[in-house]
Design a protein around this ligand. Structure first.
Ligand code: NAD
Length: 324
C-alpha cells in the first residue's frame, strides 16, 4: 500500500488532500497543530504537533513516504497578511516549518515532496494595472512581493529547489492563486475574500448593505479547492518540478465577485466601500506554463465554485445560530 504524508492536514487544502488520497487507496498520515475544524479527519494516523519543533518533524517523518505534501504555514487572508501586524510570526513560523521538514526528509531519504507556494510572491510592480497583471512564472525576478508572506514563500520555494539540486529531492512547487471552497476558514480574521463575502451576504437581509475593503475595482481570480487538488496531484506525479501557477484565469473585480454571490443568495445587496487591507491592484493566474507542462488547466467556473461554497457557509452560520 502506498503511503502519503500531509503536513498541515488539519487545514483547508490539507484536509481536502487527505480525503482525496484516502479515496485513491493511500495509507495517510496527517500532521497539524489542530484537527480539521469542520469534519473528522479521514487520515489513518493524525499527529497533533508543532512542526516548528525539529523533533516533531522527525517523529512525523519516521519512514520513507511515497508522497509528502507540505501545506503547513502560518497564513490567512488579507486581514491577516497585509496589516503588517503578523509579519514576524508569518516569516519565522513558516520558514522554520519548511527548514525542519526538509531536514527530517533528508534523514529518512524521503525525497518526493510537494510545496505550496503562493501567487503573493509575484512582484508588486507587475500587478499595478487591474486589467493587465503579469503573473507568468518567469516574471518572479527581480523580486518585489508586497508582503512578508510573499517573501517567505519565495525563500521557501528556493529552499525546496535547492534541496532538489544538492540532495536529489523530487521537489514539486506550485504557486496557488486564491483557493476557496467548502470547509475553508470563513470567519475569525484569517478568511479570504470569497468566504468573507459569502459570510457577509449570508448574514445580510434582502436589500441590506455589506462592507467591501477598497473600491472593489481590484481584480483577482479564485480557484475552487477540487481543481487545486487535481492540479497538485498532476504536478506531484509528473516529471516537472515547477514553480508553476495553480489557479484560475477567470479574472473578476471584487465588485463582480460580490454580484455573483448576491445572485446565488437571491438577495439584493448594497455595497459600501471602506478602507481596508487590499493587497495588489490586480492579479490573475497565467496558465500557459501548466498547460504546456502538464497538459492541464482548471475548467470549472468561478460561479460553479461559489454555488458550492455559499450554501456551505450559510449552513455554518445557521448551525452557529442554533448553538446560541
Ligand atoms: P490553512 O491555514 O487552512 O492550513 C494551514 C495549516 O497549517 C493549518 O491547519 C495550521 O494549523 C497548520 N499549521 C500552521 N502552523 C503549524 C505548525 N507550526 N505546526 C503544524 N501545523 C501548523 O491554509 P490553506 O488555505 O489550507 O493553505 C495551505 C497552504 O497553501 C499554505 O502553505 C498556504 O500558504 C498555501 N496557499 C494557500 C492559498 C489559499 O488561497 N488558500 C493560496 C496560496 C498559497
Amino acid at each position: 500500500m502506498k503511503k502519503a504524508l500531509v503536513l498541515g492536514g488539519g487545514g483547508f487544502i490539507g484536509s481536502h488532500m487527505v480525503n482525496r488520497l484516502k479515496k485513491e487507496g493511500f495509507w495517510v498520515r496527517a500532521v497539524d497543530l489542530k484537527f480539521p475544524e469542520f469534519s473528522p479527519t479521514q487520515a489513518d494516523d493524525f499527529l497533533q504537533g508543532d512542526l516548528r519543533d525539529p523533533l516533531i518533524c522527525r517523529a512525523a517523518i519516521d519512514q520513507k513516504f511515497d508522497e509528502i505534501y507540505q501545506f503547513a504555514a502560518d497564513m490567512g487572508g488579507a486581514g491577516f497578511v497585509f496589516t503588517g501586524e503578523n509579519d514576524a510570526d508569518i516569516m519565522h513560523n513558516s520558514a522554520l516549518i519548511n527548514l525542519n521538514v526538509l531536514e527530517a526528509c533528508l534523514r529518512r531519504n524521503s525525497k518526493r515532496i510537494f510545496y505550496s507556494s503562493s501567487a503573493c510572491m509575484y512582484p508588486e510592480h507587475n500587478q499595478l494595472d487591474p486589467d493587465n497583471p503579469n503573473c507568468s512564472e518567469d516574471s518572479a525576478y527581480p523580486a518585489n512581493p508586497d508582503s512578508e508572506y510573499g517573501w517567505e514563500k519565495l525563500f521557501s520555494e528556493r529552499l525546496f529547489l535547492a534541496f532538489a539540486r544538492n540532495y536529489g529531492f523530487e521537489s514539486r512547487v506550485a504557486r496557488y492563486h486564491n483557493i476557496f471552497g467548502p470547509e475553508g476558514t470563513w470567519n475569525g480574521g484569517r478568511e479570504k475574500a470569497p468566504a468573507a463575502i459569502c459570510r457577509k451576504i449570508a448574514l445580510a437581509n434582502d436589500g441590506g448593505t455589506i462592507e467591501i475593503w477598497g473600491d472593489g475595482k481590484q481584480t483577482r481570480s479564485f480557484l475552487i479547492v477540487d481543481e487545486c487538488i487535481e492540479g497538485t496531484l498532476k504536478l506531484m506525479r509528473s516529471n516537472f518540478m515547477g514553480p508553476v501557477n495553480i489557479g484560475s484565469d477567470e479574472m473578476v473585480t471584487i465588485n463582480q465577485l460580490v454580484d455573483y454571490v448576491a445572485e446565488i443568495s437571491g438577495k439584493k445587496i448594497i455595497k459600501k466601500h471602506i478602507d481596508g487591507p487590499i493587497g495588489v491592484r490586480g492579479r490573475n493566474s497565467d496558465n500557459n506554463l501548466i498547460k504546456k507542462q502538464l497538459n492541464w488547466a482548471p475548467t470549472n467556473s468561478l460561479k460553479w465554485g461559489l454555488e458550492r461554497t455559499y450554501p456551505w457557509i450559510s449552513g455554518q452560520i445557521n448551525m452557529e445560530k442554533q448553538k446560541v
